[in-house]
Design a protein around this ligand. Sequence first.
Ligand code: C2O
Ligand code: CU
Ligand code: CU
Length: 467
Amino acid sequence: MRALAALIVTILASASSCDGETETAPPPATPPVTNAAIELPRATDENPEPGVFELTLEARPAEKQIGSAGPTAVWSYNGTVPGPHIEANVGDRLVVHFKNALDEETTIHWHGVRLPATMDGTVAMQTPVPPGGTFEYEFVLKDAGLFWFHPHVRGDLQVQRGLYGTILVRGAGEPVVDRELAVVLDDVRLLPSGGIDEYPDDEGVMLGREGNTILLNGFVAPTLRAQPGETLRLRLVNTANGRFFNLALAGHRWRVIGTDGGLVPSPFDVETLLIAPGERYDVLVSLQGQAGDELAITTEPYDRGHGSGENPALGVATLRLEGEPVIGAPFPALGSPIELLPDNAPQELIVLDEDVTGGEPIFTINGQTYPDVPPIMVPNGDVRILEVRNDAEMDHPFHLHGFFFQVRRQNGLTVDPAGRFNKDTIIVPQKSSLTLVARFDEPGMWMYHCHILEHGERGMMGEVHVE
Ligand code: C2O
Ligand code: CU
Ligand code: CU
């Protein structure tokens, strides 16, 4: 559209200069509408070979200017928070030369990526990389979607300090859109000095740490830009420790076309997009309005327990419409089919709950805390139903490593077929149960846990042993 308009302007301009009348200066070129200022820092591929994406990732301390507070001491991958954004294609091999320049041990876990267990970065399968140590991660990216990476040692502290990055894997059948942006949602609890407040009160541990400063791609209240009428695709991940985002765009609805495991078979619309820590969503929005309009992106109240529903809506960003109106790309008529897993298989019960010992909150699985939770044993290749029951008075985002699952039932009732898609992290609402099904077709010891990192680190974590 813009190219065509520019061409017409050129033709008109040349027509008027040909007829020999007064020379008029060409109209000032309208600057392109771009989000370059707030895009994620892009990882560069160090390997010219096609089909291989190779990079060096170093975990190291850095400083970041967040909003108007003083510089914040953070932990970073390659100096930035968020860390490098890797873009690759399905089937590519990812090779990561990892260096630990922190003063404590760490690992990298590749959240949502189906890979060999030895590459999964958990303490079940890997000796943590000591300060000054290195590790080579290498695996093939089998699935399209948005994934992310973060440490799996003292995750609550290391992720909070800034250790996370994204991997966007493109596959066949990507929708045609006018504009696309990868979005990392996070929050951080800043002291007036600008430092990160790491010692929240008990309530902070109970609900998971929530920051006082909301970040989109590492920016406080940034401005996103698009042209009126455009179809905008956002690829979103919530990397916060505890905060759930319930995203609204003033006057608009979101069309959900994908989630953790890539494109969904039956896209659907939502008024607000609820994203728990660890989850990803792929949404389209058809931007209505005119140049100069500023649309608020907010996170709306959501009750995840312990009175959290009373919290006010908070601003996340502004979406400013600029430039010429366009006729946006139509939304794809169809979704992307997935293999439906069988409904019948042996069942495992996973009960999530909370308790207090010695005045400290603990978070349990079947009454135990990790590593005392007995592992679930599954022969390689088998399908299992996971009955995840949440007896606690707050929601827990349940995350499984290494495999996708599909939701079959909620509180015993079969979910709408439109709700059948591949997830690796899902909200199990307070006092309710979800019936999940997964095929365990990669041997090794795999973690599952609550992705409120304070909960996972305080017991709500277990293992599935596939052999
Ligand atoms: Cu984001 Cu154990 O995971
Ligand atoms: Cu994970
Ligand atoms: Cu939890």
